[in-house]
Design a protein around this ligand. Structure first.
Ligand code: NDP
Ligand code: MG
Length: 389
């Protein structure tokens, strides 16, 4: 068999760059066939020079034009916009689509890749949070494969190999607790974007790093796990585990628990999703349990981190509510990073948009996209109000 051809959506981001490294390390197995980013022309040209991908997409049309001027048209095809992203996610030559874009933009390429029967290595958790029912439906009906890249879900996926989902008693998602695990609520009101961006155990893109600091990331992951592993939100617990060595656990009905451990390094779950079921040496360092010494656990505190409570509520209400929550979060995080709102305004803003929404059960795709737009608009208006105070 030839090499597996990959399309990396979000190749210039944190997950995308690490995926490039894995493809380089396992070049006898993997070939990069297509690359997509939002507007980072320079980084994409550099990546193209290395891998000579046959297709490139820059979401922004202007950026795509600039890129075209730099490269010869007989060597590659340049795409742009959502049509371009979908084209890359469904190219007949492509075996694996790694969806590593950030935000709700990841939903449509996720759906189309599964419908086209691809292996989808899914890092973009927002797609499942917003449209889990549609994504899972496309997965079940088609011949596509869905392998999670998120480290917790990769861990659960590995724990569930050879097991039946009806035997799951509960899933325990671990969380590092982020940079503010021990901060008091008064201190949290004052934290700055740069403090929130320095995560203790993981190096990630800005959106997921802020989500980790508010614990919204763990909330999104509850919803992600619910869909991936067909489990009710009540059966999914969150435990703070500051060392980030146990990436998650599953407890079965007989009381047996399984966990997956390694040093915190996304290159491992990325490689696992790309090569599954093959296991090959990886670039991550050995996990020396003796030098780690102790693995500790604490309960999460929803009074200091209300985003976790909001996500659980959205998961239980279901329907279009998680999409509203996720859209409001995207806007709130951007506003916090621009210094327009405070850290504790993030959950307040999200809650106020959720309160204004009447959730619809099983919304079809067009309604979900409308809800996403509505929630982003309302959230942006609220940002302006807070900003003027
Ligand atoms: P980054 O912000 O580092 O990267 C985002 C990537 O997506 C960039 O390549 C960016 O391009 C691209 N992008 C953004 N918008 C578009 C668009 N409209 N069209 C095409 N490309 C676009 O994010 P991360 O790598 O940190 O995260 C990606 C996803 O993976 C998120 O959903 C996150 O939650 C999830 N994840 C990330 C983890 C991590 O360790 N980083 C861990 C677990 C999950 P450009 O450079 O041009 O802006
Ligand atoms: Mg995670």
């Amino acid at each position: 068999m030839g090499r597996l051809k990959i399309a990396i959506l979000g190749s210039t981001g944190s997950i995308g760059r690490q995926a490039m490294e894995i493809a380089r390390m396992h070049s006898e197995e993997l070939e990069i066939y297509a690359l997509a980013a939002h507007s980072n022309v320079e980084a994409l040209i550099e990546q193209w020079r290395e891998c000579r991908a046959k297709h490139i997409c820059l979401y922004e049309a202007e950026a795509a034009k600039r890129l075209k001027a730099h490269l010869r048209p007989d060597e590659l095809k340049v795409h742009s916009g959502m049509d371009g992203l979908i084209e890359l996610a469904t190219l007949p030559e492509v075996d694996i689509v790694l969806n590593a874009v950030s935000g709700s933009i990841g939903l449509l390429p996720t759906l189309r890749a599964l419908e086209a029967g691809k292996r989808l290595a899914l890092a973009n958790k927002e797609a499942l949070v917003i449209g889990g029912h549609i994504v899972i439906d496309a997965w079940r009906k088609g011949s596509g494969e869905l392998i999670p890249v998120d480290s917790e879900h990769s861990a659960i996926f590995q724990c569930l190999l050879g097991e039946r989902s009806e035997n799951i008693k509960r899933i325990i998602l671990t969380a590092s607790g982020g940079p503010f695990r021990q901060k008091k609520i008064e201190e949290l009101k004052m934290v700055t974007p740069s403090e929130a961006l320095s995560h203790p155990t993981w190096r990630m893109g800005p959106k997921v790093t802020i989500d980790s600091a508010t614990l919204m990331n763990k909330g999104l992951e509850i919803i992600e796990a619910m869909w991936l592993f067909d489990t009710a939100p009540e059966k999914i617990e969150v435990l703070i585990h500051p060392q980030s060595i146990i990436h998650s656990l599953v407890e079965f009905v007989d009381g047996s628990m399984k966990a997956q451990l390694s040093l915190p390094d996304m290159r491992l779950p990325i490689q696992y999703a790309l090569l599954y079921p093959k296991r090959l040496p990886s670039p991550i360092s050995e996990c020396e349990l003796l030098s780690i010494g102790a693995l500790t656990f604490e309960p999460p505190d929803v009074s200091r981190f209300p985003c976790l409570r909001l996500a659980r509520e959205a998961a239980i209400v279901g329907g279009s509510m998680p999409a509203v929550m996720s859209a409001a979060d995207e806007i709130a995080v951007k506003a916090f990073l621009r210094g327009e709102i405070g850290f504790m305004d993030i959950p307040k803003l999200i809650e106020s948009v959720m309160e204004e929404h009447d959730a619809k059960p099983n919304p079809p795709l067009d309604e979900l996209l409308e809800v996403d737009e509505w929630a982003k608009r309302v959230a942006s208006e609220r940002v302006n109000l807070i900003g003027r105070k």
